[in-house]
Design a protein around this ligand. Sequence first.
Ligand code: NAD
Length: 485
Amino acid sequence: MSLPYAPRFAFYDGKLQSGSSTSSFQTIDPATAKPIANIHTTTHAAIDSAIVSAQKAFPAWSATPPIERARILQRAAALLRARNDELARIETSDTGKPFTETSTVDVVTGADVLEFFANLVGGGGMNGETAQLRPDAWVYTTKNSLGVCAGIGAWNYPIQIALWKSAPCLAAGNCMVYKPSEFTPLHSTVLAEVYAEAGVPPGVFNVVQGGGEVGAYLTQHPSIAKVSFTGQVATGKKVAGAAAGGMKYVTMELGGKSACIILPDADIDQAVDGAMMANFFSTGQVCTNGTRVFVPEAMKSAFEARLLEKINHIRPGDVHDPNTNFGPLVSKPHYDKVIQYINHGIKEDKATLLTGGPDRPSFLSSSPAYHSGYWVRPTVFTSCTDTMKIVREEIFGPVMTILPYTSVSECISRANATQLGLAAGVFTRDLSLAHKVVAQLEAGITWVNTWGESPAEMSVGGWKQSGVGVENGKRGLRLGCGIRL
Ligand code: NAD
């Protein structure tokens, strides 16, 4: 059967490698549940070849003056922007996220980070430090490229993740072997072609295809100097453990169960908009989602009333239509997992279901093309308690839990009572209170009166079990994927 997209293979030595596989699987359009491309799993021998290709490219690439590497990567950023809508359509088909999101966020935020790191190294970001000890004695440090790094991606922001990993890595003079998630691999070889067109030499950016087994082989490979991983906490523990066995550097960008705190003086409209952004954008499949929404007991009924009104503005539908702002979940296994959590919330946790639930969304009755897709309803549970499973565990779907509180200090200690610490945020008119609360929150990323914004110059990374190291910002050059000082 002919499929809408060309088959995906490994990419190394500057080209697609059609002989890199002996088995294949299909990637699925989550909106329709129809296959859209054959993906060829890279064999161990071909992964070895990709790593050798990167090793061969490393001496010349790392010796290329940073300003020249910067020029090449800036060209790649410009090519990505020129092809924004084409790439966004690929991401929409692969992830199910509406084109209104992928065309304004996914490629844009990836290209911005590439430009940021190109400019950073072009502007002296690779320089070390000097200190004069005595008139005739100095000490100095240098920043050095590490070698061949592995990047392993999750499925929720495919091209953005590939760029957030490869941008600092390549800018700092390293080479990369990248493995996309097996659920959303389409972008990977297109990105490799964009890099090649921009002038990135063969072997500097390589792609291998497949699932966890391919990722595990890459992680433990003795020629890999660093592993930059994005995914679940449980997988991250395995990957970090395997990397530690080889004394490799790691960056771990893992899951969260973040607290979105509505302070007593908050503007209700702004707070509801923020809570919706923190729960329903990308159908809730965002690592930094603020799924534990703390609302003052006295504001609870007004907050819920406004939320129920605004939820009517969520529009599922044709994911390529400019009017659609809510897509399906990414895959059948993920759909099953989210529905199980919703059922658990109703039957076992006995939380109060304010809206949504496990039933199929009503728009499907007039959209036969989408009947088999992985569609769910935006769901809100209220009057939740901290011990409920739906409050404790990352669901990674559009499931908001409202937790009433009576005092700000009680709210802060409950917000921190989790093993995860990716993000947190507050909504308030009182900025000095905002800073006082934020200072006490145990999370790597904190927002005030907004949610989810992540410009290239801002480092992102989790505390506690949500990760190790950061991506983006100046610190991302050293930790994101790359250099040693
Ligand atoms: P996952 O852990 O299931 O898979 C992530 C990647 O790891 C995939 O490419 C997978 O093939 C690979 N993998 C699986 N087993 C492996 C192994 N043993 N060794 C090496 N690689 C292996 O995660 P997912 O379901 O794709 O992504 C969703 C998760 O990612 C959520 O928990 C989300 O919070 C997290 N996430 C975090 C960030 C962040 O920046 N902190 C960003 C996006 C997503």
